[in-house]
Design a protein around this ligand. Structure first.
Ligand SMILES: [Fe+2]
Length: 287
């Protein structure tokens, strides 16, 4: 479930055995853990280790690397520029590592986030509470079967980031697919027209959202399903397909995260992609 890779550098070349191990671990639904790969802040950036740099409205501060703009930060002027530079330096480092370590030729770098607020003690509705086991599926961002790969760094000085990692995706899908109601024709079209979604949701997107919600709303599943307690030390990083690996973020503060999207055609074993698993289980074409 948690596979350690003892690399110490952000740039390759990495040896063939390391690359093969990383690929196999990721695609089979493990969390790839880098205990010896700290993302170091500059002395001047330690001022950002403060929950007040978030505006208090959104969970995370996010950076769109194509525009250089950050959202949901309380900072302005020169401080905001330096915070954006820190998040960008992390995002480009994560991009270099993913390019060097994995054979995926075409990986899209999506948003980068900084998560400065302690996870414990925040209150949410169940559906938006990521302290509950879930797979990632985003209401406004249809994936059309593409993968969500996320790279995280714990930049907290002392506290671990604490996750639960749940059962294999297929077991989870088998449990909840029978509960998922029929897809309403016209809804995806309407949501796209109204601008609720960026692009149109496929059947795959509808199904993933339904599974995400059904899992979070089932308290027996949350309390009693098999899971592993995983702790990410300060100064460590980890990489995981969050659309496949059931995860819950229970505690920790000051994490950075870079999201990547990729087509399943890039994978060594596309049959392991959630879209292929769901198509096999449901007997339907989903994208
Ligand atoms: Fe998540």
């Amino acid at each position: 479930m948690k596979e350690e890779l003892p690399i110490t550098t952000w740039h390759g070349p990495y040896d063939a055995a390391t690359k093969a191990r990383a690929l196999a671990a990721l695609e089979s639904g493990n969390v790839l853990y880098f205990p010896n790969l700290p993302f170091r802040l500059l002395e001047s950036e330690t001022e950002f280790l403060d929950a007040r740099v978030a505006d208090g409205k959104a969970k995370n501060i996010s950076l769109d690397h194509t525009s250089g703009k950050i959202q949901a930060s309380s900072l302005t002027g020169e401080h905001a520029v330096r915070l954006a530079a820190m998040i960008e330096r992390f995002g480009s480092s994560a991009g270099a590592l993913v390019q060097g370590l994995l054979p995926y030729g075409d990986v899209e770098r999506a948003r980068t986030s900084f998560r400065p607020v302690q996870v414990k003690g925040r209150s949410y509705s169940k559906i938006s509470d990521d302290r509950l086991l879930h797979i990632d599926a985003f209401p406004s961002r249809p994936m059309q079967g593409r993968r969500i790969l996320r790279f995280f760094a714990n930049v907290a000085p002392v506290s671990h980031r604490h996750w639960h990692v749940g059962q294999p995706f297929e077991d989870f899908a088998r449990r909840f697919l029978p509960q998922v109601g029929p897809h309403l024709p016209g809804k995806s079209w309407l949501f796209e027209k109204l601008g609720v979604t960026r692009g149109r949701r496929s059947l795959y997107d509808e199904l993933m959202l339904s599974l995400h919600d059904a899992g979070k709303l089932d308290s027996d599943f949350q309390s009693n399903s098999l899971h592993q307690d995983v702790r990410f030390a300060p100064g460590s990083c980890w990489l995981v397909f969050t659309d496949q690996v059931l995860h819950a973020a229970l505690g920790g503060e000051f994490a950075l995260e870079q999201t990547f999207h990729l087509d399943i055609s890039q994978m060594a074993e596309p049959a392991r992609a959630p879209v292929r698993v769901l198509e096999r289980l449901s007997g339907k074409v989903l994208v």
